[in-house]
Design a binder for this molecule. Structure first.
Ligand code: CP
Length: 313
C-alpha cells in the first residue's frame, strides 16, 4: 500500500492494513540488518533529530541507529543541556529545530499528546517515541512484530499483559495494535493498576495471575512505572512480586511454548525473575533487535508519504 501519513503518533489511529504494512516493511529491513553491508541510502540528505525529554536507552539508540542505517544525518538533542532549561517552550524548541531543516523530529515526552501537538504546528515529520502514559507506537509495533515472527500469526493469539497497565503507554499501544490484528488481550495486575475500565477497550481484565497466564500464548510483562504514579498503588514491591512476579515455578502453570516478553527496562526480581528473563522462553533481547527494524520501517514509510492531507494524522 502507499503510505499517506506525515507522522507516526499512535496505533489507535492506524488501520490494520497500515500496521501490517509497517510489519512487512520491517521484515525486509531486518534482513538488511543481517547483511554484510547494513546501510541503505533511503534517507540520504535527510536530518533526524531525537528530541528526548525523558530518559531512554533502547528507543533513543535504536532510532539513532535506524536513521544511520538509512543514511540520514542524526542529531541527539540533550534536554538537560538545552534551552528548555532556560524556559524555552517545547513548541519554540521544535520550531527552531525545524528552522535548522530537521526533516524528522522523534520525540519522547512526559506529557501525553506532546507529539500530536508538534505534528499540528510543524511541517517536519513527527514520530512519537513515547508520550506520558498515552502511547509508545513503535514499541507496540515491535512487540507485535516479535509475536508474529515467533508464532507465525497475530490473529487468534491470546496475549496477557501483566503489570502496571494504568500508567503504561506500552500497554495502550499493544492493546490497540493487537486487537486491530485480531488477538485476544487479557490484562492482569493489582486492581488499582488494572481497573475494569479497560474492559471498555475490549480487553479481558483479570486480577488472578494463574487465571491470566494459564492459556496465554504470550505473556508481556510491564515494569512498575514509579515515575508516573502519583502515590503508591499497592502496599510494597515485595507484595507485588509475591502476587504477580513471574518465576520459574509460576511458568509451570503456563503453556510450554508461551513467550515471555518485556519492553525493558527490567526490574529483575520484581516483575520477573532473572532466570526467566534470561531463559529459553524469553524473547526480550529479540524485541530490542526487532525494534531497530521497526524504526527503520517507520522512518522509511513516513519519508515516502504522499501529501494527502485527508490521511494525515
Ligand atoms: N522500551 C523502552 O521504551 O525502553 P527505553 O525507555 O529504554 O527507550
Amino acid at each position: 500500500m502507499t503510505w499517506h501519513r506525515k507522522d507516526l503518533l499512535d496505533l489507535q489511529s492506524l488501520s490494520a492494513e497500515e500496521i501490517v504494512t509497517v510489519l512487512d516493511t520491517a521484515r525486509e529491513f531486518k534482513a538488511v540488518g543481517e547483511r554484510h553491508i547494513k546501510k541503505v541510502p533511503a534517507l540520504r540528505g535527510k536530518t533526524v533529530v531525537n528530541l528526548f525529554v525523558e530518559p531512554s536507552t533502547r528507543t533513543r539508540i535504536s532510532f539513532e541507529l535506524a536513521a544511520q542505517r538509512l543514511s540520514a544525518d542524526v542529531i541527539n538533542f540533550s534536554a538537560e543541556a538545552s534551552s528548555l532549561r532556560k524556559g524555552e517552550t517545547l513548541k519554540d524548541t521544535a520550531k527552531n529545530l525545524e528552522a535548522l531543516n530537521a526533516d524528522f523530529i522523534v520525540i519522547r515526552h512526559s506529557a501525553a499528546g506532546a507529539p500530536h501537538f508538534l505534528a499540528r504546528v510543524l511541517g517536519s515529520h513527527v514520530v512519537n517515541a513515547g508520550d506520558g502514559a498515552h502511547e509508545h507506537p513503535t514499541q507496540g509495533l515491535l512487540d507485535i512484530f516479535t509475536m508474529r515472527e515467533k508464532k507465525g500469526r497475530v490473529e487468534g493469539l491470546r496475549v496477557t499483559i501483566l503489570g502496571d497497565i494504568l500508567y503504561s503507554r506500552v500497554a495502550r499501544s499493544n492493546i490497540w495494535g493487537l486487537q486491530k490484528l485480531g488477538a485476544q488481550v487479557t490484562l492482569c495486575g493489582p486492581p488499582t493498576l488494572v481497573p475494569r475500565t479497560f474492559e471498555a477497550m475490549g480487553c479481558r481484565v483479570v486480577h488472578d495471575l494463574k487465571q491470566a497466564i494459564r492459556d496465554a500464548d504470550v505473556i508481556n510483562l510491564l515494569r512498575i512505572q514509579h515515575e508516573r504514579q502519583r502515590k503508591s498503588m499497592f502496599p510494597g514491591l515485595g507484595e507485588y512480586t509475591n502476587l504477580f512476579g513471574i518465576t520459574q515455578s509460576r511458568l509451570a502453570d503456563t503453556k510450554p511454548d508461551a513467550l515471555i516478553m518485556h519492553p525493558g527496562p527490567i526490574n529483575r526480581g520484581v516483575e520477573v525473575d532473572g532466570d526467566v528473563a534470561d531463559g529459553e522462553r524469553s524473547v526480550i533481547l529479540e524485541q530490542v533487535t526487532n525494534g531497530l527494524a521497526i524504526r527503520m520501517a517507520a522512518l522509511y514509510l513516513i519519508n515516502s508519504s504522499r501529501g494527502d492531507s485527508a490521511a494525515h494524522n
